[in-house]
Write a protein that binds this ligand. Structure first.
Ligand code: SF4
Ligand code: SF4
Length: 290
């Protein structure tokens, strides 16, 4: 099974639209994971029917036992995350700000601090129009999205291995969720857009991806909104030796397809769908599934 991640150095490049389109091209081939856990929306385009859900336990957070606390204030003094609150009722710990580092328990002279596990989100397994899909929802304010990505992938890979492609919709940016997404992948498609920030973020994400795989392909979405910038990105790809495997035009059909919660490939005469199909042919041939 080929593990293919679709990522972007920044949000809003159309990564999920492209992932959903890629998932429609080879019948009965896909196992899917939405690793953009801070804003999971691949499911919106793939009509998932949930068949299993389970809680995601994030890091442990500290709790003060008021019966043991003598109000010395050491926990507040040593907490670098300002997670200890103090009011007339005594000391308490914010489970939003607490990073679970354990320093407060170490310095507490009364042994009044213990740790409790917190539900930080939920993970879902669904049947979708493309195959089994695992996605997740993080509780607002909860951290640990990298750990949640790891869990999403673990649950996906525990499914039947008859699928030929493990297709992952990755997170934007280059933080911890991206690292977690890239671990163990065979190939990566990077989606960029023709803008200064698009090129800047493309360079950053390529640097990170190179640590995990050299099988990198690049596609420029909405290439025709700034053709000189598209030219600059094309030159950069060529200079660095990264294959630019497609240029997708701005296409109002794509907006319509998202509004209708359908992959753009359902509108197969749309210019965007045709450009994605051509790009997908090159991509799938390069990873050996076509
Ligand atoms: S360090 Fe322990 S005893 Fe002191 S205020 Fe904090 S919880 Fe209470
Ligand atoms: S575990 Fe760390 S972050 Fe949480 S309250 Fe204690 S010192 Fe602060």
């Amino acid at each position: 099974m080929i593990r293919l991640a679709v990522v972007s150095g920044k949000g809003g490049t159309g990564k999920t639209v492209i992932t959903s389109a890629l998932s429609q091209m080879l019948p009965n081939y896909y196992l899917l994971a939405d690793c953009d856990v801070d804003a999971a929306n691949l499911g919106l385009l793939l009509a998932p029917k949930r068949i299993h859900r389970e809680p995601f336990h994030g890091m442990n957070t500290a709790v003060i036992d008021p019966d043991l606390c003598t109000l010395c204030g050491k926990c507040s003094e040593f907490c670098r995350f300002r997670a200890v609150d103090h009011n007339k009722e005594g000391f308490s710990i914010s489970n939003i700000r607490c990073e679970g580092c354990g320093v407060c328990a170490f310095v507490c002279p009364e042994g009044a601090i213990s740790f409790t596990s917190r539900i930080a989100g939920e993970i879902f397994l669904s049947d979708s129009t493309a195959g089994p899909l695992v996605d997740a929802m993080l509780v607002p304010g909860a951290g640990n999205s990298g750990l949640l990505v790891h869990e999403v992938k673990k649950i996906a890979l525990a499914q039947d291995r008859k699928w030929n492609i493990f297709l992952v919709d990755g997170p934007p940016g280059i933080g911890c969720p991206l690292i977690s997404t890239l671990t163990g992948v065979d190939a990566v498609l990077i989606v960029t857009e023709p803008s200064i920030s698009g090129l800047h973020d493309l360079k950053r994400v390529v640097k990170v991806v190179m640590n995990y795989t050299t099988q990198i392909s690049i596609v420029i979405n909405r290439y025709d909104i700034d053709e000189p910038m598209t030219e600059l990105i094309s030159e950069w790809c060529s200079d660095k030796g990264f294959p630019l495997i497609g240029k997708i035009p701005f296409d109002p059909w794509i907006i319509d397809s998202v509004r209708n919660c359908r992959p753009i490939t359902r509108f197969d005469t749309a210019p965007g769908a045709q450009a994605i199909q051509e790009m997908a042919d090159v991509l799938y041939r390069s990873v050996g599934v076509k």
